[in-house]
Design a binder for this molecule. Structure first.
Ligand SMILES: Cc1ncc(COP(=O)(O)O)c(C=O)c1O
Length: 390
């Protein structure tokens, strides 16, 4: 009988296997010998040494997202931003230049325009729906282009085919942040990108209870470089977070399809309401990039809908107050519907003129449509918009 609580007994043997992935919280792994550890680090046998370098839960989750993206060798990071940063630091060197879409996620934009320049990497932002604007931004030292297929929050659709042809012409690496689109609508690597990144926090994990990221390159050497950056800088994720991510991912296809079905219905419903000045949804014929969306996304417009309320800031505030059960929260991809107002959250640092140039007034909302029953959800919007706009 082992009466020492500090001693670790051996893991119980079992002839059967658990049906759920076990959580492996161990930070370190003990090797039987120096030779065995050498063999592991030399890649002759598979194993783990220290969890910042890798652990079973990260590997299981990465392999599942690899399968969705149609690739191998991707890895998990502790957040979507850690994935974007690992990609850029693994790829770029001092003196390099990168072109970013001009409606990237705010922190990606900040990384490009404020943080990386301190390390000698410069960036130019350009409109990804216009390949000529991207072309005009190319310099002799340009190495890469970072784009989101569907932009936040105006849901413009990038000219992915034009950008990829341009990149091939100039030997540039294309990095796609596939968070909004997900591999259900767009398999970035199979469609021509060199690197794909995700905020797994969003639709892939899907329950607003874990921050995670994923990054994969087509090229194995580049994967290794990005992974080395992530391991050195501590961008990797905890076993428990990876386990939560895997659990969420199991229902990803179902959640995506249901949320998308709801989004189509909600977009049409909002468009018919008085007090709504315009609705943006890539699959609606009145969307400025409708044809490109239909071609690139194969009918999968996703779960994001944006709309503009008449009446500006006062009406926007009144609408949020009139819908207390709707989470007014700057995230997306949760199983429940969430609502954000870019002027007061993601784009608050921009001047009203700069926001207007991007097509966002104070009454502009982005809805991350969830998996609820659609009729009561429509009702919530109808009542709140009526209360706000009279
Ligand atoms: C498109 C996109 N990329 C990256 C991120 C960053 O992800 P995380 O919050 O997991 O760091 C976000 C977050 O909202 C996002 O919307």
């Amino acid at each position: 009988m082992n009466d020492d609580p500090v001693k670790r007994p051996p893991w119980p043997e079992s002839a059967s296997r658990p049906v759920v992935t076990p959580i492996s919280p161990s930070v370190v792994y003990s090797s039987p010998s120096l030779d065995a550890l050498d063999a592991q680090y030399d890649g002759e046998v598979h194993g783990y040494a220290y969890s910042r370098e890798g652990h079973p839960n990260a590997e299981v989750l990465a392999q599942k997202i690899d399968a969705l993206e149609g690739t191998t060798g991707g890895f998990i990071t502790g957040s979507g931003m850690a994935a974007v940063t690992a990609a850029l630091l693994g790829l770029l060197n001092h003196g390099d230049h990168i072109i970013g879409g001009d409606q990237l996620y705010g922190r990606s934009m900040r990384l490009l325009t404020q943080d990386l320049p301190r390390f000698g990497i410069t960036a130019t932002l350009a409109d990804p729906t216009d390949v000529n604007a991207m072309r005009a931004a190319i310099r002799p030292e340009t190495r890469a282009i970072l784009v989101e297929v569907v932009s936040n929050p105006t849901l413009r659709v990038a000219d992915m085919e034009g950008i990829q042809a341009l990149a091939r012409e100039h030997d540039l690496t294309v990095i796609v942040d596939n968070t909004f689109t997900t591999p259900r609508a767009y398999q970035a690597l199979l469609r021509g990108a060199d690197i794909v990144v995700h905020s797994v926090t969003k639709l892939l994990a899907g329950h607003a209870d874990v921050l995670l990221g994923y990054v994969a390159a087509k090229d194995a050497g580049l994967n290794q470089k990005m992974n080395d950056v992530a391991v050195t800088m501590g961008f990797t994720a905890s076993p428990f977070d990876c386990w939560l991510g895997e659990r969420g991912l199991m229902s990803f296809n179902l959640r995506f399809d249901k949320a998308q079905e709801n989004a189509v219905l909600l977009a049409d419903h909002l468009a018919g309401l008085e007090g709504v000045a315009r609705v943006l949804y890539p699959m609606r014929p009145d969307h400025p990039d409708h044809n490109r969306a239909a071609h690139l996304l194969g009918g999968k417009g996703g779960n994001m809908v944006s709309f503009e309320l008449s009446g500006g800031r006062a009406a926007a505030n009144a609408m949020v107050l009139a819908a207390p059960d709707l989470a007014f929260a700057p995230t997306l991809g949760d199983i429940n519907t969430t609502l954000s107002n870019p002027a007061t959250s993601s784009h608050r640092a921009l001047s009203p003129e700069a926001r207007a140039a991007l097509g966002m007034s104070d009454g502009f909302f982005r809805v991350s449509v969830g998996c609820e029953e659609i009729a009561p959800l429509m009702d919530v919007f109808t009542r709140a918009i009526k209360a706000a706009t009279g």
